[in-house]
Design a protein around this ligand. Structure first.
Ligand code: ZN
Length: 225
């Protein structure tokens, strides 16, 4: 804990005094984050750090494997975070951020790793569709690293599909007030890929070019009469 204790002292002694007004304004005006980011709980994947966001910029929900349950197994924690972000805060964007070298994805590929972690194993059921896709629809013969990479990418797409079943998300998409994004952070290179829902591919986020997984113009729903 020493590094954490030192960090707190540094924040209170060196950082907060220079940011006091900003924090007080965030209390006075309330938070207005522009996006909800759902990311893996992995300590190397910090949404605030990789987007260089500050206090008040992002509403963040972190779960192992960046998973989003769907009915009837909604997790109260992640479901309420999504609902609060969409309904109370009115975020315009939700981002799912998967990453390389994900321990949860390794557990999905090798269930022996999960034998002593029944809670993790149960949670990873929400990512099982991604595993089935890689096992049954990808060519055999790929090495473990390539399959792990494919699984992590497929998991982002599967979780986006789960997210669309959330009532508050479905309604906001139908109103055109919300966009969905699927990101993949490559820890070792710092690269950030985004899922382009129009052509079903991940591509790098470059400058102002931000691929979108789904907005009001994509996806399937009844057109208004
Ligand atoms: Zn992870």
């Amino acid at each position: 804990m020493n590094n954490i204790i030192q960090g707190i002292a540094s924040f209170q002694g060196n950082v907060f005094p220079g940011q006091r007004q900003m924090y007080q304004q965030l209390v006075r005006d309330g938070q207005q984050p522009s996006a909800l980011i759902i990311a893996c709980a992995d300590s190397r994947v910090s949404p605030e750090h990789i987007t260089q966001a500050g206090p008040g910029d992002l509403f963040v929900c972190r779960t192992p494997a960046t998973s989003c349950p769907r009915p009837p197994t909604w997790s109260a924690a992640s479901s309420s975070a999504i609902e609060y972000a969409v309904v109370a805060l009115g975020v315009r964007d939700i981002v799912f951020c998967g990453h390389s070298d994900c321990g949860a994805m390794k557990g999905l590929m090798n269930r022996d790793l999960l034998k002593r972690m029944p809670s993790v194993a149960s949670w990873l059921r929400h990512a099982e569709a991604a595993e089935r896709i890689v096992c049954e629809a990808y060519p055999e013969g790929r090495d473990a690293q390539a399959r792990h990479h494919a699984l992590a990418l497929e998991n982002v797409v599967v979780q986006l599909a789960n997210l669309r079943t959330h009532p508050s998300v479905a309604a906001a998409l139908a109103k055109g007030s919300l966009r969905l994004h699927g990101w993949f952070f490559e820890i070792e290179t710092g690269a950030l890929l985004a899922y382009d829902g129009a052509n079903g591919r991940f591509r790098p986020i470059a400058g102002a070019d931000m691929p979108v997984a789904q907005d009001s113009s994509t996806g399937s729903r009844l057109q208004a009469a």
